[in-house]
Design a protein around this ligand. Structure first.
Ligand code: EPZ
Length: 420
């Protein structure tokens, strides 16, 4: 297994660009299943473990897939899909594989998908997805760890989510695009990645209104075709480098991401003392000598993203004063805290709140990644720490970032990937 060896203390300086957003690319690859003719071409796609897993799921269904990793281009021909089953071996690797349920049900009237397990950050049930499919007329059964959905023809309906669910909204939209009649989703997720999926589906011929608001209307149509698409830049990748620059006292320019998608995050970065300059498709950050502590509350978009919580915490650890993080999306998204404490951080957890008392410097140590974003948070802490650190289980980080060390080296970081 790979690990990172890091020599902390070097300010990050320079310019990097981001790839297409993982959390837009995964539902868009699933949505390509809906095309009964033509080929889908996607560009700027990162070669990460999650992208490879989602491609394996769709290939397993019978689609013809090519991934040119040099040009970051994917082509998917879903005309000859001949299976509606997503197996346990693939779904257990990545819960987002469950996103194939909606498109399979819509196009073929049947879907058999292994139930995604929980994961490090919480139970992550899929009850709202299932309730949504049933609301559109699907018959749902559960057998031997699989969820099976069947419907001769889905019928449009009005459905309410108890709380905004990112992939839940995406799964229901992808099932409603070929339903009979109109579907209205109330309390829908408003994330930019949901909007990008809807833009992709509209290009395929779907009729969708209200994407990016809490009320999305989908008018069912008869068939959809393959299209070309350049997904939005990854705001979470961009945010990771911005917090890394803040933690190390550097100055960076991140290209390929739209500042508006990170507006609450940029507001918090400025409150921490960063100087932010925004362009149409880039963000520049100049760090202060030492950041200031703030309070952060994670919330559904446009609130502060839970996926940048670990990165923000890493910076609070060496900021002036006392900060508080209130994690309101997942019930156990503080696994990185124990690892940060190994680096000398002063953090106390009380339920869903973490109080961080800033220390002057963290000290290098050996730590372990537990999920994609916790791993990225530890990376940031190690880059700011005095001395050497080692981060093991890098495969977690590789799920969401293509060889993150290469971009960090471009910014001057002293980091090396080694194998155990
Ligand atoms: C998406 O997960 C993202 N993944 C996650 O990013 C992200 O952390 C999360 O949204 C929140 O923004 C992808 O887009 C592939 P939710 P998702 O449904 O859709 C509860 C990363 O690192 N819930 O919005 O699974 C759930 O337990 C990953 O890139 C139900 O109770 O998250 C959570 O508490 C990690 N029942 C809350 O809703 C359901 O049926 C929000 O979850 C569905 C969700």
């Amino acid at each position: 297994m790979d690990y990172f060896e890091i020599e902390g203390g070097t300010p990050l300086n320079g310019t990097v660009s981001v790839f297409a957003a993982k959390n837009a690319v995964l539902p868009i690859i699933a949505a390509s299943i809906l095309a009964s003719e033509g080929t889908t071409i996607l560009r700027n796609i990162p070669d990460t473990a999650d992208v490879r897993t989602m491609l394996s799921v769709v290939r397993q269904l019978g689609a013809n897939i090519e991934f040119d990793k040099k040009s970051h281009k994917i082509s998917i021909d879903a005309t000859d899909i001949n299976s509606c089953e997503a197996p346990y071996e693939l779904v257990k690797r990545m819960r987002a594989s469950f996103l194939v349920m909606g498109p399979l049900l819509a196009r073929f009237g049947t879907a058999k998908v292994s139930q995604p397990g929980g994961c490090a950050i919480g139970a992550r049930p899929i009850d709202q997805h299932i309730r949504g499919f049933a609301n559109l007329g699907a018959k749902i059964t559960e057998k031997h760890g699989y969820t099976i959905a069947r419907a001769k023809k889905l019928a449009g309906n009005i459905l309410h989510f108890d709380r905004p669910t990112h992939t839940g909204t995406e799964n229901i939209i992808m099932s409603a695009v070929l339903a009979e009649g109109t579907t209205v989703i109330i309390n829908a997720a408003q994330d930019p990645e949901v909007v990008d999926l809807c833009n992709f589906l509209r290009k395929m011929g779907a009729k969708i209104k209200g994407a990016g608001t809490s009320r999305i209307t989908i008018e069912g149509t008869t068939s959809l075709h393959g299209v070309k698409h350049f997904p939005i830049g990854d705001r979470l990748e961009a945010g990771t480098y911005l917090f890394a620059a803040l933690a190390t006292g550097g100055k960076v320019k991140i290209e390929g991401c739209i500042p508006e998608y990170l507006s609450v995050v940029l507001f918090k970065l400025e409150a921490m003392g960063a100087k932010i300059t925004e362009g149409k498709n880039y963000i520049e950050l100049r760090a202060p000598r030492r950041p200031k502590c703030v309070e952060i509350i994670t919330d559904p978009y446009p609130g502060f993203p839970t996926d940048l919580q670990a990165m923000a915490m890493a910076v609070l650890c060496i900021s002036e004063g006392t900060g508080v993080i209130w994690e309101r999306i997942f019930e156990s998204r503080f696994l990185h805290v124990m690892e940060l404490q190994r680096l000398g951080a002063n953090i106390t957890i009380l339920g869903d709140r973490a109080t961080v008392i800033g220390v002057d410097k963290l000290e290098g140590a050996s730590v372990m990644a537990s999920d994609i974003r916790a791993g990225a948070g530890l990376l940031i802490a190690a880059l700011s720490a005095r001395g050497k650190s080692r981060i093991s289980r890098v495969y977690h980080i590789d799920r969401g970032y293509q060889r993150i060390e290469e971009k960090l080296v471009c910014l001057g970081a002293k980091i090396e990937r080694k194998s155990e």
